[in-house]
Design a protein around this ligand. Structure first.
Ligand code: NDP
Ligand code: GDR
Length: 323
């Protein structure tokens, strides 16, 4: 029997790579997406991967429980991956209530729809390393206490615990992946890696002169999105649902990541980088460094791409896109 998957957030970076992975495994892939006035549904990333005709798109919003129930009743998915979110940390101070409604309560909507319409479906929740915030341990594992530092992170923490709660209360096969930052050429332009690789490509091509950034001392554990969607799928193949940290176990500053991008095209970072106080956040997550030991031992998962190779791949993709 063909397995069926429903992905919320299929138009995002992870949604596109996960759809590609599931199609390669023979799944029937359904994706929930919002319509907009400019494009019925934004299929840009799915087109980039050449899979836009292979997935079945259903109109929907995470805030609309009735639509979710109808979708799950109709499709009867074996696996549901909840990737939809207001996912940009910086915007979450500007839109804290929307962030709570989508990124936090939206998770309960999906879980309720599963509970009502397909209680044996397996569920994946896209939790985040941002939940560690003001970190309590130098290297963060599944045991590290959380201390969220933005409305986004607070909302993700709610999503994380409601997932654990539905597993414990109703026996739903609900797993939560605590994923550290992961990037790719499909990354949204507002996130720092893509902002950097796009700007470096523009500067190299003579289309721009400077790169404006906020806090370049912040440290992140950056991996490749293609590797991270593998971990999502592996979690739902386990007999028992559980929570897993997915990370590379290496951390670098934003500045180091930028240097790699500039060096790749033979430019000097200090000729172009401008620090802009307006881009600093009201509360920062200074350092993230994940311990993926559990995911390695129980899922057999390993990251395959170094941060350096990933940044170079992203610069090359932006050079190609712009020229
Ligand atoms: P993106 O921002 O690229 O994608 C977010 C997706 O959510 C888009 O498809 C977007 O649709 C959709 N969405 C937003 N609001 C709604 C809504 N109200 N109803 C339905 N869909 C909505 O994020 P990523 O792919 O990078 O991340 C996927 C998930 O993983 C997110 O939940 C994110 O918070 C989480 N995460 C990401 C990490 C990362 O480093 N990438 C790390 C840890 C967690 P549209 O295209 O219409 O805007
Ligand atoms: P993050 O990613 O907040 O970690 O959330 P982002 O790339 O936005 O920021 C990383 C770090 O870079 C610093 N920074 C800047 N960031 C942006 N976006 N733009 C700038 O100009 C800039 N200058 C410095 C930030 O202050 C921060 O310290 C991402 C998202 O994908 C979340 O959804 C996900 O949960 C986490 O990763 C894990």
């Amino acid at each position: 029997m063909t397995r069926k998957a429903l992905i919320t957030g299929i138009t995002g970076q992870d949604g596109a790579y996960l759809a590609q992975l599931l199609l390669s495994k023979g799944y029937e892939v359904h994706g929930m997406a919002r319509r907009s006035s400019t494009a019925d549904v934004n299929l840009t990333r799915l087109k980039w991967l050449g899979i836009e005709k292979d997935v079945q798109i259903v109109d929907g919003d995470l805030q609309d429980l009735s639509g979710l129930v109808r979708t799950i009743t109709t499709i009867k998915p074996d696996e549901v991956y909840n990737l939809a979110a207001q996912s940009f940390v910086a915007s979450s101070w500007q839109q804290p209530i929307l962030t709570g409604q989508v990124t936090a309560l939206g998770v309960t909507n999906v879980l309720e729809a599963i509970r009502l319409a397909k209680p044996d479906a397996r569920f994946y929740q896209a939790s985040s390393s941002e939940m560690y915030g003001l970190v309590q341990h130098p290297i963060q594992s599944e045991q590290t206490p959380f201390y969220p530092r933005s409305p986004y992170a607070v909302a993700k923490l709610y999503g994380h615990w409601i997932t654990v709660n539905y597993r414990e209360s109703f026996g739903i096969h609900a797993s939560s992946g605590i994923l550290f930052n992961h990037e790719s050429p499909l990354r949204g332009i507002e996130f720092v890696t893509r902002k950097v690789t796009d700007s470096v490509a523009r500067i190299k091509l003579g289309l721009s002169k400077e790169l404006r950034l906020g806090n370049t001392s912040a440290k992140r554990d950056w991996g490749h999105a293609k590797d991270y969607v593998q971990a999502m799928w592996l979690m739902l193949q386990q007999d028992k649902a559980d929570d897993y940290v997915v990370a590379t176990g290496r951390t670098s500053t934003v500045r180091t990541m930028c240097e790699i991008a500039f060096e790749h095209v033979g430019l000097n970072i200090d000729d172009h980088l401008v620090i802009d106080e307006k881009l600093f956040r009201p509360a920062e997550v200074d350092i993230l460094l994940g311990d993926p030991a559990k995911a390695k031992a129980k899922l057999g998962w390993e990251p395959t791409t170094s941060m350096e190779d990933m940044i170079r791949e992203m610069v090359e993709a932006d050079l190609k896109r712009l020229s």
